[in-house]
Ligand binder design. Structure first.
Ligand code: B1M
Length: 211
């Protein structure tokens, strides 16, 4: 669809007004919100990442693109998060210590909220002990850890260890983010890995329902 690729280009160029307009037009044309995210917005951020890697753009341009994407997510959020009944499950989520990327984490969080999970969002740069405290305090059934940097994968590993060492053996741990793989998830003792927000929802439901 032409407008989806236009949206991708607009995100990559950090064109906030255009990104919001195209998002609204796609929704009005009946394109599902998650498709707008996965086929319009996310590919735009992938282009930004690739340009950054090639030194064609720098941090300020990445920030402008991220802001444009966040504006579009504000439009999409009410559709991804439909008001439901009393939440049955509680999830703690955050981006691990040292890492400030939050768009992917926010998307997972929206999908979970849309499936009627109560979300305790700890934000970014979250130290292991803060996850431990939050899981205990809110009696969470699942905890989600996001990491976007290879340099913060160690913090993810430390967080999983901290949760288990604190005796929180029942809580399900899901990990994700661009550098994370299923193998890494297994290696650090997480219960699950999800490559994208849609999969994160499917797996989370299976995990908590089986517990
Ligand atoms: Co940064 N950055 N960044 N950045 N940034 C990456 C990650 C990078 C790959 C770009 C590149 O070099 N090609 C690179 C990391 C390289 C590496 O480690 N191998 C990088 C770098 C180097 C950096 C800095 C170090 C740059 C610098 O300062 N020199 C710096 C680090 C700051 C820090 O965290 N301490 C930095 C800063 C930033 C900005 C602040 C400018 C901005 C973030 C703004 C924000 O998040 N509020 C930014 C951005 C925008 C990016 C890219 C371009 C886009 C990330 C993004 O939002 N993607 C990124 C390149 C890329 O990813 N291709 C890049 C869209 C988002 C929807 O996808 O987050 O992957 P993602 O989430 C997906 C899945 O991964 C998954 O589901 C999501 C939805 O489908 N998922 C989960 C994510 N979390 C999950 C959790 C789950 C399950 C699934 O379960 C709980």
């Amino acid at each position: 669809m032409q407008q989806l690729s236009e949206l991708t280009t607009a995100v990559a160029g950090g064109k906030r007004v255009e990104v919001v307009r195209l998002t609204q037009e796609l929704l009005a044309a009946g394109v599902p919100a998650l498709q707008v995210v996965e086929q319009g917005l996310v590919p735009g951020m992938a282009i930004v990442g690739e340009r950054f890697r090639r030194n064609e753009i720098f941090v300020p341009e990445m920030l402008v693109a991220a802001r444009a994407m966040k504006e579009a997510l504000k439009v999409l959020e009410p559709l991804l998060v439909q008001a439901g009944i009393e939440p049955k499950y509680t999830a703690v989520i955050g981006t691990v210590q040292g890492d400030l990327h939050d768009i992917g984490k926010n998307l997972v969080s929206m999908m979970w909220r849309g499936a009627n999970f109560k979300i305790i969002d700890l934000g970014t740069n979250v130290a292991a002990d803060r996850y431990v405290t939050a899981v205990r305090e809110h009696k969470a059934q699942i905890v989600g850890l996001s990491a976007l940097l290879t340099t913060t994968m160690g913090a993810m590993k430390d967080t999983v260890r901290a949760l288990r060492d604190a005796g929180l053996t029942e809580v399900k741990i899901m990990v994700g983010g661009a550098p994370i793989t299923a193998e890494f998830a297994k290696e650090i003792g997480a219960d699950a890995y999800a490559a994208d927000a849609g999969t994160a929802l499917e797996i989370a439901k299976t995990l908590v329902e089986a517990a």
